[in-house]
Ligand binder design. Structure first.
Ligand SMILES: [Fe+2]
Length: 311
């Protein structure tokens, strides 16, 4: 055994892999990796979902964080209708920008086309989608409408429950009660060179560094390198150092991660609070196109301190 507390990640994984999981009656579910992800077959997203099936999809999302739905040749309205079952549909501030995106003509669909002339593509780094919003996107629903001929273009995900649980107790205690600012300028101005339209500002919001999942009640780490600018209660040097520690912690633990490999007509649904993702741009100069619908709740992440102190 190491002199260091380096087995915390194994303890976290043990807890995750030995938890009790639901049996599903209304579809077939196959786990995609130990850390996260499940494939669901036997659902038709082009039709209204029976309430029992929707309830089981919600439960599967809670348990597995990332769900793939293969062979769903749905149109834009069906894509949005599925998203609407999980919250209010998000309208992206850069949705009609050509700097990052391909205009979809629909404010509730974020479209993009990455190819030879693209200099930045959305999501090519670890992030939560649009965490600068006061009510950050809760669930995202992604279709890739053109896949690169050379393969690649996977989406990698990281489990933020495991990221939190695998930290040592002193660091966990330090993080409880802290809040961080998530600023759209970090992701879009500094990251992509995108600027808001005249008279508009990008959102900046303060969120707990450790948040409580609204469905599972589990604590998860909620800072990301794309949007988080600083931890409010710390000095700049302390904040920079602590955030770097947490970012490296999330990205280096491949045992907390899984890569989703795309297939034509697949729909991908993820919990955008308890996971981060990274759209891997390994197919340059080939093309990859996609459309995202996202849903948000009527509240943002709540601090986890209260539930943890009860344990
Ligand atoms: Fe993203």
């Amino acid at each position: 055994m190491s002199f260091y507390q380096d087995y915390n990640d194994k303890l976290a994984i043990e807890g995750w892999n030995t938890r009790e999981l639901s049996q599903y009656q209304t579809f077939d579910l196959k786990r995609l990796s130990p850390a996260l992800g499940a494939e669901i077959r036997g659902v038709d997203l082009s039709q209204p979902l029976p309430p029992a099936q929707l309830a089981e999809i919600r439960q599967a999302l809670t348990e597995h964080l990332v769900l793939t739905f293969p062979s769903q040749a749905i149109n834009a309205e069906q894509h949005k209708a599925f998203g609407r079952l999980f919250g209010s549909l998000h309208q992206h501030v850069l949705g009609d920008s050509t700097q990052l995106t391909a205009r979809s003509g629909d404010a509730e669909i974020l479209g993009w086309k990455t190819g030879r002339t693209t200099r930045y593509t959305a999501g090519d780094a670890w992030h939560n989608d649009v965490s600068c919003d006061p009510h950050p996107i809760w669930a995202s629903f992604l279709r890739v409408t053109r896949l690169p001929e050379v393969g690649g273009g996977d989406t990698a995900f990281a489990n933020l429950y495991l990221a939190y649980e695998s930290l040592s107790e002193p660091i966990k205690q330090l993080l409880l009660g802290l809040t961080a600012v998530h600023d759209g300028r970090e992701g879009w101005s500094n990251g992509y060179g995108a600027e808001p339209k005249p008279g508009q500002v990008f959102n900046a919001s303060e969120h707990p560094v450790v948040a409580k999942h609204p469905v599972s009640g589990r604590p998860f780490l909620f800072v990301n390198e794309a949007f988080t600018s600083h931890i409010v209660q710390l000095s700049r040097a302390e904040s920079d150092a602590l955030l770097q520690l947490l970012y490296r912690h999330i990205e280096k633990h491949q045992s907390f991660q899984a890569r989703i490999h795309w297939q034509p007509d697949m729909l991908l649904l993820w919990d955008n609070w308890a996971t981060q993702h990274h759209a891997i741009w390994d197919y340059y100069p080939f093309e990859r196109w996609g459309e995202r619908v996202s849903a948000y709740l009527d509240h943002g992440p709540q601090p986890a301190g209260s539930i943890i102190s009860q344990q």
